[in-house]
Design a protein around this ligand. Structure first.
Ligand SMILES: NC(=O)c1ccc[n+]([C@@H]2O[C@H](COP(=O)([O-])OP(=O)(O)OC[C@H]3O[C@@H](n4cnc5c(N)ncnc54)[C@H](O)[C@@H]3O)[C@@H](O)[C@H]2O)c1
Length: 420
């Protein structure tokens, strides 16, 4: 039996895509290499915040199934690849999952299928990595027997205003006919489709979007470091600058950048630029600033503790408030809380965390104890560090805490509160 869509890789991108396509009336199946992911979905449990168990149940009632058997791909009119594109320990792109998924798709491809890559990667990935794999293994020709395109995902986990349907979707094809098929597919469940000239332009657009955030966050971080050095209130500076109604986009400083995109994608751009013999200067410079931020926060916490209690971090109880990489999202991937915890431990601090979204938090295999009650924790530690401004945090209550508070988000006012 045919199905409109098979999603390959059912994570933060693939599962919401499957849900949206299902809501729009498409028949959808999923394929993933992970037994754990498939078992969870089979049991009706969503592991992705943007898809609830109820929504998953509705999908399943309409026929959605996740599986580890790739032969479902043969049934698809469209296959969308949403597998991870991470970095090695040396921050080099790792395309192993895209290559593996391309081989799997190729082995089960039939004439007329549209294949779209959604994984973020450097310009040329669709044409130089996916296309030859599909053609070599299947014997089918892109633009003639099958269609291939690239469409970057712009999902912003936890964003209540913009989701898949109302965020313009950049879509491209390896040939004009491929683009036409890709546009027809996405137009079924996305309000606005933006067609790029080719796959490289779409791939580059995605990297530009995230590198823009990366570089601008590093800029405000560096300004925050300078403000600290000069005794200037960086949050007031940002408040004033943000009143300019044109030409200024506000970004906020913090302990670092996290998540699966912003700390990763600029390195795809930089690596490709290196390979082209055109090394970038801004990405490494921005990374250098971002790498300094956890140490800065450790130093600020040590200074605050010294000023208010005369103690050092050695043996001090330090509370981390909000350990996710962004507010109101249950996701700790690449969270700056990790390097910060390492830095604090290296100084001999004893760590406790509070985060309503994260039931267990371990760094380098060592579990950090969880405070169940925020109020009790604030009276039980030597210093607290507000890392993430979850909406549920009553910042005026945090400001009246029994302990000094280092506020890295610019949200807490209090006599014993210090800013980043
Ligand atoms: N998370 C985001 O907010 C976000 C936003 C925009 C773009 N992206 C990009 O989308 C892509 C997917 O990211 P994600 O966050 O969904 O990743 P994820 O890790 O949440 O999910 C990826 C899934 O793919 C599966 N997988 C791995 N190799 C596979 C293979 N060969 N065949 C089938 N399944 C395979 C994994 O088991 C996992 O379930 C990445 O390129 C990422 O950069 C992510």
């Amino acid at each position: 039996m045919r199905t409109d869509l098979v999603v390959v890789g059912l994570g933060y991108v693939g599962l919401p895509l499957a849900r949206r396509a299902h809501e729009a009336g498409l028949t959808v199946l999923g394929y993933d290499v992970s037994d754990a992911v498939v078992a969870g979905l089979d049991a009706g449990r969503s592991h992705v915040g943007d898809v609830s168990d109820e929504q998953l149940a509705a999908m399943r009632a309409a026929g959605f199934r996740a599986g580890t058997d790739p032969s479902v791909i043969r049934r698809a009119d469209t296959v969308v690849i949403c597998v991870p594109t991470g970095l090695s320990a040396r921050r080099r792109p790792e395309l192993g999952a895209v290559e593996a998924a391309s081989r799997t798709v190729a082995a089960h491809l039939r004439t007329g299928t549209l294949v779209v890559l959604e994984s973020t990667s450097h310009p040329g990935t669709t044409d130089d990595v996916v296309r030859p794999t599909l053609e070599r293994t299947s014997g089918l020709r892109v633009g003639e027997d099958i269609h291939l395109g690239y469409s970057p995902e712009r999902i912003d986990p936890g964003n209540k205003e913009f989701g898949l349907p109302n965020t313009p979707k950049v879509v491209s094809g390896c040939t004009p006919l491929c683009a036409k098929h890709a546009v027809a597919f996405y137009s079924r469940f996305v309000d606005t489709v933006v067609v790029s000239r080719g796959t490289r332009e779409a791939e580059m657009a995605k990297l530009l979007e995230n590198t823009y955030r990366f570089v601008n966050i590093a800029l405000v971080d560096e300004v925050a470091l300078l403000c600290d050095h000069m005794g200037i209130d960086v949050w007031d500076v940002l408040h004033c600058a943000a009143t300019k109604p044109f030409g200024f986009e506000p970004f906020t400083p913090g302990a670092g950048v996290g998540g699966h995109c912003i700390p990763v994608d600029p390195h795809y751009l930089a690596a490709k630029a290196d390979a082209e013999g055109f090394p970038l200067t801004l990405v490494p410079a921005a990374q250098g600033v971002l790498d300094r931020m956890p140490r800065h926060v450790v130093n600020r916490a040590a200074a605050l503790l010294g000023e208010t209690t005369g103690r050092s971090l050695r043996g001090a109880r330090v509370l981390l408030l909000g350990v996710t990489y962004k507010p109101d999202v249950a996701d700790v991937r690449e969270t700056p809380a990790i390097p910060l915890a390492r830095g604090l431990r290296a100084e001999g601090a004893e760590l406790v965390y509070h985060d309503p979204y994260i039931p267990e938090f371990a760094v380098d295999g060592a579990v950090i104890s969880r405070a169940a009650s925020l109020t009790e924790a604030l009276n039980d530690v030597d210093v607290a560090i507000l890392l993430q401004g979850h909406a549920c945090y009553d910042t005026s209550m945090v400001g009246r805490a029994g302990c000094p508070v280092l506020d890295t988000r610019g949200k807490v006012a209090g006599a014993r509160t210090a800013l980043l």
